[in-house]
Design a protein around this ligand. Sequence first.
Ligand SMILES: [Zn+2]
Length: 245
Amino acid sequence: MAVMLRFDCFRNLPSVASLVTTRGGGVSLAPYESLDAALHVGDDPRSVEINRAIIARELGVDCVVYMNQIHGDRIVLIDKPPPTPPECDAMISNQPNIALAVLSADCVPLLFFDPVNRAIGAAHAGWRGSAALIAVKTIEAMRDRFGSKPSDIIAGIAPAICGKCYEVKDAVKNEWRKLPDYLRIALKDNRLDLPLANRLQLNAIGVLDRNIETMPLCTYENDDFFSYRRANPTGRFASIIALRS
Ligand SMILES: [Zn+2]
């Protein structure tokens, strides 16, 4: 089992460090075995700190900022290592050697890189965040703050639950029916395709489809990833991006 995955779109860029962790290669015990990166799920915090050190070493960046994710659409600018985890679901930065991490177990992790203005973003998009258009808002924040043009941005969509496996309740369906037309493509019968929904949002704001890479792995079907729908409690894997100096 591959312990860490890399996006092809970021792999050969000397100015970017990026990886997506799996369940393998850490020290946490069941039901968090083994590379759990989350402090809020009931795992032993000492194990999580060791796991986070393993992840930072593999990434080659000492400072990795993890969010206190709240299924909202708040975006925080990271210009120095924060003293405590920011309460938000997306971060943007143009500072080298400060990595931005998204924790997930079925939700969609999104990583962004603007090679022209040397800026990055990372967002966590579950059904609520996706309905709140967090992908669009994160790109807008990069544009407003760093002058990023959507057509320059390279985007990675890390493993998440797929549209075949993600059955939603009527209340969720009704919320999704209020969204822009193009997003309804992601809603079929009682199933919601969150990776597609985020890809469509990125297209709508001007991120070119050829600049978007989706890792074609379903977290629910693939035991290499933590999946909240498959097992609860469970751990969280991390999707991370950083600028190198
Ligand atoms: Zn699936």
